[in-house]
Ligand binder design. Structure first.
Ligand code: FAD
Length: 384
């Protein structure tokens, strides 16, 4: 039987499933809600394609040093709907105007997140905004190849490991393929996300799902991480929480609900195999305050000649400033470093599996120290 990446390194990118000539690999959920490849031993012919294609076992490399910019789009309305500076939308519009298609992550009617294909500008709103959960790729890699083989331009946007997986699956460079990845903290569990949506809907709306969810609402601003989570249940019924106060964001940022492979990420670094890398330009308010108006600024890294061509096509739609790579990572270590392991991860998942996600809040409460204990500690430190 072929040897795929170990569970703690496997990103679930689906390259092995897509490349298998016998269709004997299926993606199946684990106890944390993450998809992993499972080989049907009876059908497997041991050709080794899956093993050779795995981007974790055989990482692709780009040795070029990217150029970096702080940027935001001039279209204010679209920028306000986007997570950071809205640069993704201008890249997507350029590809669509060439008759191309755009693959990215969208919510379905149950607020699960999966990759879809968009063929016109009017539908780009579905892809805008970060959804903090690992998206299901389904057949995306094969669909991308189909469009490319038909001679269409394709933009694929996803996590660095999804872009790595797609490139590994395709095996060759296509001039008409543009890939965009982003600075990625980690991908949270689809199980945790669906439990959270269920919990919110119950306490906010008698169990009925919201009409809209925006985890990166800028109603409360963007600078200094002031964005909020917004659940809209109708015209006058909303739940809004600053990201720093949202239970889900605490679980995500704390690494309590991330995929194990995010703790051992092989796709970090300034240089990526994508053509363009996007991110929030956290810290821009200190580094280049003239590029921060509290409406969101993107970090934009140009990774390849193709990326450079796209950038030159959209520069007149952007306000952009050249920056150093160190400035990008100064307050955004996720570009270089994996998520730190969290000791309370198993405890969080136990509660989530039991349908008690709200009780995860106790993982963040700091135990109160009584006055007497404080006094004893003080005396002990003086005696020492
Ligand atoms: C899980 C996750 C973690 C992130 N962590 C960081 C971080 O630590 N630091 C940082 O600077 N930036 C991070 N980002 C990226 C950031 O939030 C923005 O997506 C990025 O700055 C692009 O913003 P934009 O305004 O140009 O476009 P937007 O319109 O906001 O970007 C939307 C794009 O993101 C893609 N996308 C959204 N959700 C997902 C998903 N779940 N899986 C795959 N693709 C998705 C869409 O397909 C679309 O292409 C993260 C994004 C996600 C989804």
């Amino acid at each position: 039987m072929p040897t795929l990446a170990k569970k703690e390194y496997c990103t679930g990118c689906t390259a092995c499933e897509a490349v298998c000539p016998k269709g004997c690999i299926s993606m199946q959920g684990d106890e944390y809600g993450f998809l992993h490849p499972v080989i049907d031993a009876e059908k497997c012919i041991n050709c080794g394609m899956c093993e050779k294609t795995c981007p974790v076992n055989h990482p692709l490399k780009n040795e070029n040093e990217p150029k970096a910019y702080a940027a935001f789009i001039k279209d204010e309305a679209v920028r306000m709907e986007s997570s950071s500076g809205g640069v993704f939308t201008e890249i997507a519009k350029a590809v669509l105007s060439d008759g191309g298609v755009v693959f990215g992550a969208a919510y379905n009617e149950k607020f699960e997140v999966e990759h879809i294909v968009v063929e016109n500008e009017a539908e780009l709103y579905k892809l805008r905004g970060a959804k903090y959960v690992q998206s299901r790729l389904n057949n995306t890699f094969k669909d991308v190849k189909k469009y490319l083989d038909e001679g269409k331009c394709v933009l694929f946007s996803g996590t660095p490991c999804q872009v790595g997986g797609l490139k590994a699956f395709l095996k060759k460079d296509y001039d008409k393929l543009i890939t965009v990845d982003f600075i990625c903290h980690s991908v949270p569990s689809p199980l945790a996300w669906s439990e959270y949506v269920k919990y919110r809907s119950e306490i906010d709306n008698g169990g009925k799902l919201p009409e809209k969810i925006d985890l990166r609402s800028k109603k409360t601003g963007w600078s200094r991480y002031q964005y909020s989570n917004l659940f809209e249940y109708g015209k006058d019924k909303t739940h809004e929480a600053k990201s720093s106060e949202s239970l889900y964001m605490k679980l995500f940022v704390g690494g309590n609900i991330c995929r194990e492979s995010c703790e051992n990420c092989k796709f970090k670094g300034y240089s990526r195999v994508s053509d363009l890398t996007l991110g929030d330009f956290w810290g821009i308010w200190d580094i280049h305050p003239e590029m921060d108006d509290n409406k969101g600024t993107s970090a934009l890294l140009i990774q390849s000649e193709k990326g450079e061509r796209v950038f030159s096509r959209i520069t007149d739609k952007l306000t952009a400033k050249s920056v150093t790579l160190e400035e990008v990572s100064l307050q955004n270590s996720a570009i270089l470093k994996s998520t730190a392991p969290n000791k309370k991860r198993d405890e969080a998942f136990k509660l989530i599996r039991e349908g008690k996600i709200s009780e995860c809040s106790k993982l963040f409460t700091v135990p109160k120290v009584s006055f007497m204990d404080k006094l004893k500690n003080r005396i002990r430190s003086i005696i020492k």
